[in-house]
Structures are given as C-alpha cells and as structure tokens.
Design a protein around this ligand. Structure first.
Ligand SMILES: *Cc1c(COP(=O)(O)O)cnc(C)c1O
Length: 398
C-alpha cells in the first residue's frame, strides 16, 4: 500500500487519539507487579480514578478488559439469577448490555426507545412505582449512548428512583462519557459506574472500571451470580495495598497515570467545557450543511460525539468510505438499525479547535464529493462559533 502522509484522523467516538505523552508513558519496561514499586503505581491510579469519577465514598476496581467486561462485572457482583433489572433502550449499546444481562440469566424489563432520546426519568419512575413487590433489583442506564450521540439525564433518573421510593441499585455506563462529559458518581447517587479506557480517558483499549458505592458493596455480599475473574472482593482486598489479584495491564496503567495527570492539569471542568464547545460547533456545522442531528432533545445532545442523519437516498457508509479514501479520516458507522442512515463524528479525548476544524472540513468536502446535497457553510458556522467562544472567554477573563 502507498504511504499516507500526515497523521490519520481517528474521529470515531472511541477508540480515540492517544496523546504522545500517554504513548511515551506506556513505552516503558514492564515492572514486577508484585514488587514494591508497583504498589505506588496501583495506589496512584486507583486514587486518581476516584477523582475522575468524583467519588470520595466509592471504591474503584480496574480490570484488564474492554468495557464489556466491566458491564458484566457490575451485574455479576450485585445480582442473582432471575433478578429483575430495568433497562432503557437508548440505542445499540443499551441493547448490547441488555443482551449480556439476559445471557447471565437476569430478567430484563426493557423500556422501549426510539434511539433519538435518552432514558425517560418519568417512565422509570412509573415502572418503579408499579413494582409494588420490589422485584426490580437494579436500574441500568447508558449515560452517553455512543450509537446515537444522545445523553441520558443521570441526576434526573436518580430523582425518579428516589421519588418512587424504590430500593433498586442504580448502575450507569459512562464508557464514552467519563472524562469528557460532566459526571458525578457520589452526588448523583450511582451505585455502580462502568467505564473504559479508550474514549474520554485517551488510552488504548484494554482497561475498564467499576466505581462502587457502599450500597453496591453490601449487595455483593448476598449476590449469587457466578463470578471469579470479575469478583470485587479479591480486587478490593489487593487494591487496598495497591496490588491486583492477577497480572494487571501494567503498561496501560502507566498510561492511565499520565492520562489522569493530563486531565487534572487541564482541569476536569475545563475538559467538560471544551467538549461542550466542540459539540456545539459541530451541531452548528451540521445545521449549516442543511443536515439533521440525530438527538432530538436539546437537553440530551452529547458532548463527545454527534450523529448526523444523511438525506434519504444517500448511504452514510458510502460517505464515510469517500472521506476515508480522500482525506484519511475515520468516522463512526451507523450501528444496528441506524446502519447506512447516519455517520458519527467523534469529538472527544485529546482534541482541540483546529483538530475539530480539520475534521469538519473533511466532512464538508467529503459530503460534496459523495454527492450529498449540502450547503458549503458548515465549516464557516463552526469557525464563527469558536471565534465567539474565544472572544467571550477573553471578555470573561478581563
Ligand atoms: C464503547 C462502548 C461500550 C463497549 O465497550 P468495549 O470496550 O467495546 O467493550 C459500551 N458502552 C458504551 C456506551 C460504549 O461507548
């Protein structure tokens, strides 16, 4: 294959671009994971992840696994065969978590959705109020539905659970939102938060996380689903000393330590604001092209990715192919029932204004090349918005 010069634009909503600092941190000799030096690393990343989850009360475990492993861990540690779980069909990832839970022998009550809205707090409250026998043991919500670019209102779902006075555990998938969209494990009363390394955390794939409340730890004492690799007890007992019960992904943990440092140097609140700015600039570009953003409720638009509907009669995957071949940029495909209908622009992780402008320029040129009728005004609209942000930022600072 001929060489492609310059850096590939990996603008899928995860895995995201891994910053050079993280790559260099990973590029180190692997140390003895039972030796004294390791405990320092282990303690640093566990404490750092608590800060990223915004949890002082919770416990964190880190698995050498993709996010799917942490989904499974959340369920097998807290539930027993036949337990009822309330889940919300927000898109493909919610459907996959549902499938996983079904395979574990859980009894899922699935609230149907249109893949253009987040979890509906009012409907959750209604289902919980109707559950007089308290058969529902957990409510599971995907914070940022990566297949649709729609976020669910996690604090409002907490209020709905409380309003119903229901004791179910609350579990949230933040795989594509942690460290890119505001998230607060303690404040929002979440019992198990699930996360992964390869999206907002700017790492390669291969690590995943559970952040665990005291209530979830108590539930784990009586939960009967079989577990060994995922069991929290040995992870937590070893973790207290900075170690793992089995060989950790040591080099990814070097990268994690660096990624946490980078997030804290920028400041988590600035990280969230940067993602919101890029998301808004992207939506303005989409509207200026004359296209539609998949998310329908302005309270639920994602800060980490934007799903764009292509007009009927056009194939979104063909647009993606044209863009990859002409401009060496990867965009996210439409998953499940959205295949061919949308493409997804990832604007999360290690990303800045000019990287966004390169991305949007590639999309605008690619849409025209693929013969999709759009107005060539999206890049301009995004630039104008970013310039405004900088001007008002300067005014605020002055
Ligand atoms: C990426 C993603 C997953 C799946 O994670 P894997 O690392 O591929 O196992 C699950 N949920 C959400 C919201 C995701 O974005």
């Amino acid at each position: 294959m001929a060489r492609t010069p310059g850096r590939h634009f990996l603008q899928i909503p995860g895995p995201t671009n891994v910053p050079d600092r993280v790559l260099r941190a990973i590029d180190m000799p692997t140390m003895d994971h039972r030796g004294p030096e390791f405990a320092e690393l282990g303690k640093a990343v566990l404490a750092g992840m608590k800060r990223v989850f915004k949890s002082t009360q919770g416990e964190v475990v880190i698995y050498p696994a993709s996010g799917t492993g942490a989904w499974e861990a959340a369920l097998v540690n807290t539930l027993s065969a036949g337990d009822r779980v309330l889940m919300c069909e927000t898109g493909q990832f919610a459907a996959l978590w549902h499938k996983l839970a079904t395979r574990l022998g859980l009894d899922i009550e699935f609230i149907a959705g249109d893949w253009r809205h987040g979890a509906d707090p009012a409907e959750i409250e209604k289902r919980l109020r109707a559950d007089a026998g308290r058969r529902i043991k957990a409510v599971c919500v995907v914070h940022n539905e990566t297949s649709t670019g729609v976020t669910s209102r996690i604090a409002d779902v907490r209020k709905a659970i409380d309003a119903a006075g229901h004791p179910a555990l609350y579990m949230v998938d933040t795989i594509s939102s942690l460290a890119s969209i505001d998230y607060r494990h303690d404040e929002w009363g979440v019992d198990v938060t699930v996360a992964g390394s390869q999206k907002g955390l700017m790492l390669p794939p291969g690590l995943s996380f559970n952040c665990i409340s005291a209530k979830a730890l108590a539930a784990a004492k009586t939960a009967k689903l079989p577990k060994s690799y995922w069991a929290w007890d040995e992870m937590l007992a070893n973790g207290a000393k900075g170690y793992f019960p089995y060989t950790p992904a040591t080099n990814l943990l070097y990268g994690l330590r660096e990624a946490i440092a980078m997030l804290e140097e920028e400041g988590l609140e600035s990280v969230f604001a940067r993602h919101q700015r890029h998301a808004e600039a992207t939506r303005r570009a989409v509207r200026a092209w004359g296209l539609e953003v998949l998310a329908l409720d302005p309270r639920e638009t994602s800060g980490s990715l934007t799903a764009v509907l292509v007009p009927a009669g056009h194939d979104a995957d063909r647009v993606r192919k044209v863009i990859l071949e002409a401009f060496d940029m990867s965009l996210g495909t439409g998953l499940g029932k959205l295949a061919g209908k949308i493409f997804r622009i990832g604007h999360l992780g290690d990303f800045n204004d000019l990287a966004l402008m390169g991305t949007l320029a590639g999309v605008e040129m690619g849409l025209a090349l693929a013969g999709v009728p759009v107005k060539a005004e999206g890049v301009q609209a995004a630039m104008a918005y970013l310039a405004d942000c900088h001007r008002s930022g300067r005014r605020a600072a002055a």
